[in-house]
Design a protein around this ligand. Structure first.
Ligand code: PLP
Length: 409
């Protein structure tokens, strides 16, 4: 008799975003003439940078030719891309990395979930609340989360409260934790950590022999000077942190799929007997066993984002989304909303009007202004009463949505 992984049965049946889609569909069926503006999505809307497109056309031509055809690539990624990442993403920030510390992948989501494979089952996992839901889901599926309490939290997960009182920035946990997921710039709150704030976490991890999984999917949106773009800008971080980055939000690769994860050789975790084990070796083993690499074409596309023209094109893309976020931020602020983010992030985290629950706000906004946002409660208990808007849609839609918002409020 084949047994299922019963941990999967603990997950709520409807993934949060499916519920949003269902509600939009229900509205569209009953209001076929209304134009819904989606101001909440985490997906990009602008086409790929032309430099990446040309490079991918050329890559396809190579694959179509007997002389230049390539099959499986290296599981850890092609050197042509790894070398560019080191040269352009890390060296200018004073971070030196070896090529074998970088692993190309097909998504930050993939890796933040899969990293659990190389970490012991009994680790105490800490996540922020609110949080990008994948970290919690991965802990549940792998059997690390324990049981769901009446309060709606998982018994073995330590939730680091991010609330208006601390400006939605995490404070060090009172109890000892082993694996900490941090995501900055943050999804969903759009907040960032300064160097001094991030240093506290690195120091905590060093003191407690913990590992930080640092999700930097939105690193390219940082505009302010004192905000670290990489956790490795903090002294000692290579000993305790894995950094995950993606071309999804940086270069519009959400549908194409290309990302990378840095696992420094200095980073160690322990056996129960206290032996020190470099996680780099385990991740290499995991990737070369389960993964045959991100596609050659996508990696050539990603490489092209580092040319002079490519860099300019992705800077323009980010500028476009950040300008959208700035418009939303300004308009909502003028309308009297309390909000966070939108400066170093495409996300604006907004307190609902009159303490309205997130889903009620969602329904009212959908039915009365035909605008869709993301209910904050989908990101954790502390998200209740909040709402996430994003700058990822078109400028026209942002502007129209703000006109509607003014009328609605
Ligand atoms: N990490 C965070 C915080 C995200 O918000 C997202 C996507 O929305 C991802 C990772 C997923 O990135 P990728 O497209 O590389 O899987």
């Amino acid at each position: 008799m084949a047994l299922v992984n019963e941990h999967y049965l603990k997950l709520s049946e409807d993934y949060f975003f499916t519920e949003i889609e269902k509600r939009i569909n229900a509205f569209s069926v009953t209001h076929p003439k209304s134009k819904v503006i989606r101001l909440g999505v985490g997906d990009v809307s602008r086409p790929l940078p032309s430099e990446a497109v040309s490079a991918m056309h050329a890559a396809i031509d190579e694959l179509a030719d007997e002389e230049t055809f390539r099959g499986y690539g290296p599981g850890e990624g092609y050197r042509f891309l790894i070398d560019k990442i080191i040269k352009f993403d890390y060296q200018p920030r004073g971070v030196s990395l070896d090529a074998d510390e970088i692993f190309i992948s097909d998504g930050a989501k993939t890796d933040t979930g899969n990293l659990g494979h190389i970490l012991g089952r009994d680790n105490i996992i800490a996540i922020t609340d609110p949080v990008y839901p994948v970290y919690e889901n991965a802990a549940i599926m792998s059997g690390r989360a324990g049981r769901l309490t009446d309060e709606g939290k998982w018994s073995n997960i330590v939730y680091i409260n991010c609330t208006p009182e601390n400006g939605f920035k995490p404070e060090l946990p009172a109890e000892r934790v082993d694996v900490i997921y941090l995501c900055y710039p943050n999804n969903p709150t759009g907040t960032v950590l300064t160097k001094a704030e991030l240093k506290q976490w690195v120091d905590y991890a060093i003191e407690n022999q913990a590992v930080i999984i640092y999700d930097g999917a939105y690193e390219a949106y940082i505009t302010e000077e004192d905000i670290p773009r990489s956790i490795y800008e903090i002294k000692g971080a290579k000993k305790v942190a894995i950094e995950v980055r993606s071309f999804s939000k940086t270069a519009g690769f959400t549908g194409l799929r290309c990302s990378y994860t840095v696992v420094p050789k200095e980073l160690i975790a322990y056996t129960l007997m206290g032996d020190k084990i470099p996680l780099n070796k385990l991740w290499l083993r995991r990737q070369t066993t389960y993964f045959n690499g991100s596609s050659y074409v996508a990696q050539r596309g990603a490489e092209a984002t580092y040319t002079r023209k490519g860099k300019k094109q992705i800077a323009d893309l980010i500028e476009y989304y950040l300008t959208n976020a700035g418009i939303i931020r300004k308009e909502l602020k003028d309308l009297g909303f309390t909000l966070y983010g939108g400066i170093n992030s495409p996300y604006i985290w907004v307190k609902t009007l009159n303490d309205m629950p997130s889903w009620k706000f969602f329904q009212q906004l959908l039915y009365e202004a035909n605008i869709v946002g993301t209910p904050g409660s989908g990101f954790g208990l502390n998200g209740e009463g909040y709402f996430r808007f994003s700058g990822f849609c078109s400028r026209e839609n942002v502007e129209e949505a703000m006109v509607r918002m003014r009328k609605w409020v």
